[in-house]
Design a protein around this ligand. Sequence first.
Ligand SMILES: Nc1nc2c(ncn2[C@@H]2O[C@H](COP(=O)(O)OP(=O)(O)OP(=O)(O)O)[C@@H](O)[C@H]2O)c(=O)[nH]1
Ligand SMILES: [Mg+2]
Length: 199
Amino acid sequence: MVKTKMPHLDPTEKQIVFKIVYFGPGMSGKTTNLLYIHKALTDKYKGEMLVLDTEKERTLFFDFFPVSLGTVQGYSLKFHLYTIPGQIFYEASRRIILVGADGVVFVADSSADRLNDNTEMYRLMIENLKSQDIDPSSFPIVLQYNKRDCNPRLEIGEIERELELDGISVTESIAIEGKGVMKTLQVVSKEIIKRFQIS
Ligand SMILES: Nc1nc2c(ncn2[C@@H]2O[C@H](COP(=O)(O)OP(=O)(O)OP(=O)(O)O)[C@@H](O)[C@H]2O)c(=O)[nH]1
Ligand SMILES: [Mg+2]
């Protein structure tokens, strides 16, 4: 079942707002992705980054900023980007942040010893999407293998094999160097817009 997009449409402003959530296990590089994107964008196209920091924790509660990216059928586009806290005990926050998402970047940690953390969090994400009546098979998800500079590291394809994912979009990145970050954003944006135009 495809969720209606009506709440995202603002006819008076002629604006469509899409929500992209960066999901993934703790320390995989979600916040690093968003910080890089925010820095890379010119001031004209970005809003304030809001950070709700939890005391003493390395985790940000969420990051958010809109990016204007051209028009679709006369409507200007705005993207809201969020990260979820990856540490396992923040399940409630993760659920809330995922509500109303139009697409997800799953930031996986390529370190060889984190295969289980990646797959466990991916499964949780799928459960969360299903609880919102979203069919994950037609929902825009990009699997980003981050930390490609790690050694030993997972091979591309290992996560998909483990989760029996077929046809998912995959990108590679080294977020601390900014490599592959904008590409990933581009891939998920395209998938979201394509799905919106079809529905
Ligand atoms: N080697 C390496 N380290 C990275 C890369 N991307 C991020 N890091 C580092 O990994 C650590 C965690 O990065 P964050 O962006 O805070 O991770 P996160 O996914 O937001 O973590 P949580 O909010 O706790 O879930 C930081 O020390 C980053 O500098 C990368 O591509 N390679
Ligand atoms: Mg974070």
